[in-house]
Design a protein around this ligand. Structure first.
Ligand SMILES: Cc1cc2nc3c(=O)[nH]c(=O)nc-3n(C[C@H](O)[C@H](O)[C@H](O)COP(=O)(O)OP(=O)(O)OC[C@H]3O[C@@H](n4cnc5c(N)ncnc54)[C@H](O)[C@@H]3O)c2cc1C
Length: 449
């Protein structure tokens, strides 16, 4: 997600949830013998679940298809400094258990803010602050009117609700551009793909968006310490077996008493992992009503100094699908992370990287920003929508979908099969802290089953 993009959201710390998640064990273990537990997927949800289960004294193995842990946390140092191909920010530090974990791990957080931003029009001219503020007010007013009309879920798209609210008025281009930056830049989906009543009903922590200077990958590394993680082993099927479950992978068969499925929604929707048919139930409809957005990230070196801001906003509809340009202050020489969202981002991920670089060059030239420095031969591009182990960046409610679908996706199947992942906690979906909280919730449910 992009920083601050959820600033319209209620700042709710979800005190009860947080207290449980942040509190140390005890989890009920009783005097029963240790169980054999398998966790599928070594993203933050899977690792947080495995951590809790191992700390409770059970034998736990994490099975991961990739040759690395972290899933949608994907830090690279290939250019000599930290670049985040996946999650970039801890969204909110006040009462956020993920921020507390980062502190315990000794990591350094750096606040970034839209207060330090520059909005550019289609020819690279700065948008006057007063014009920008008026357009932001208009956008907020429109979204508030939609909120007031539609309780979640609405069954209609945000685009349709917007048309209703506008009647025959046309949206001023700057307001349309800000809507795209705010919504598509956050959820990775266009207005016609989102449920009008649910798209912004989730919660958020206060305290601002922060980068982890040592790299986001330090979070999964911290969670995984001492865990048995099998890399490069893709799960193919989970089957019921009398008193337990069999997990069939590309490396063989594991028997387990209980299993946590912490695989991405895209993988589950695609049917790439076969689950017991009877475990699907309402999960199947919930998956149909929950979509996957795409956020494309492209980091490049540039040939001159960049404005001293945290974000450059491409504030004109003609600049779609780009939703933000972030100067990389950690780089020894000027470098920029270009971000695009929605179907246009999917198209960028599907094309050869040279074509995406050409599109980025055209944008920089149009915005009169320094060009890509081809003499420094590096670039870092994401491909979440084409990646078989993710198949999209993160979840959002499709028209007709909402919180109840996320609850259905999190619903355990009996006392043996449990589910975790960013798509299992509506209040904090599409985030790392949401993945962590859902993993811990699945572990608690499993341990008390
Ligand atoms: C571009 C981008 C930017 C983002 N920005 C932010 C941000 O700034 N802040 C924020 O809080 N969140 C952000 N997010 C969202 C955040 O990264 C995710 O919500 C979170 O990391 C998801 O964690 P997870 O454990 O649910 O899933 P994942 O991290 O996807 O973990 C699932 C694991 O399952 C593995 N797997 C898949 N198939 C199989 C299989 N068949 N067998 C075994 N293993 C398998 C995967 O390889 C993966 O490791 C961003 C995401 C993207 C893509």
């Amino acid at each position: 997600m992009s920083p601050d993009a959820r600033r319209r959201n209620l700042i709710v710390a979800l005190a009860a949830l947080t207290v449980v998640a942040a509190s140390p064990l005890p989890l009920p273990l009783s005097a029963k013998p240790a169980r054999r537990i398998l966790v599928l997927g070594a993203g933050v949800a899977g690792l947080a679940a495995a951590r809790r289960i191992a700390d409770a004294g059970h034998s736990v193995t994490v099975v991961e298809a990739r040759t690395r842990i972290g899933g949608r946390i994907d830090t690279t140092r290939s250019a000599g400094f930290v670049i985040e191909r996946g999650a970039g920010w801890i969204h909110g530090v006040t009462d956020n258990p993920l921020a507390a974990l980062a502190k315990r791990a000794g990591l350094t957080l750096r606040l970034t803010s839209y207060a330090k931003s520059l909005a550019l029009d289609a020819s690279g001219g700065p948008v006057a602050p007063a014009r920008l503020a008026a357009a932001e007010d208009q956008m907020t007013g429109l979204l508030d009117r939609i909120d007031a009309r539609t309780d979640s879920p609405a069954g209609a798209s945000l685009a349709a609700a917007m048309t209703k609210v506008l009647r025959s008025q046309t949206l001023p281009p700057l307001v349309a551009a800000l809507l795209r930056l705010e919504i598509t830049g956050d959820l990775g989906a266009d207005l016609d793909e989102l449920d009008a009543g649910s798209f912004d009903e989730d919660a958020a922590f206060g305290g601002g968006d922060h980068w982890i200077l040592e790299g986001y990958d330090q979070i999964p590394a911290h969670l995984a310490k001492g865990l048995d993680v099998r890399l490069g082993e893709a799960v193919v099927e989970v089957a019921e077996r009398g008193d337990g479950l069999d997990v069939i992978t590309t490396a063989g068969l594991h028997g387990a008493d209980q299993v946590v499925v912490a695989l991405p929604l895209g993988v589950l929707k695609g049917g790439d992992v076969v689950l017991p048919g009877s475990s699907l139930g309402q999960r199947r409809q919930a998956m149909e009503r929950t979509g996957l957005g795409t956020l494309f990230k492209l980091a490049v070196p540039v040939s001159g100094a960049l404005p001293d801001v945290d974000v450059i906003q491409p504030a004109d509809p003609a600049l779609a699908p780009w939703t933000g340009l972030y100067p990389l202050s950690q780089a020894p020489s000027p470098a920029l992370m270009l971000v695009a969202g929605g179907p246009g981002a999917r198209a960028l991920e599907a094309m050869p990287v040279e074509a995406a670089l050409a599109a980025a060059s055209a944008l920089l030239s149009r915005l009169r920003l320094p060009a890509i420095d081809r003499s420094r031969a590096w670039h870092v591009a994401s491909s979440w929508s084409t990646d078989p182990f993710t198949q999209g960046s993160y979840s959002h409610p499709l028209p007709g979908g909402g919180a109840k679908d996320y609850s259905a996706l999190a619903q355990p199947y009996g006392r043996r099969l449990f589910f975790a992942g960013e798509h299992c906690l509506f209040a904090h979906h599409a985030s790392v802290h949401g993945a962590m909280l859902s993993g811990e919730a699945a572990a608690r449910a499993l341990l008390s089953a």
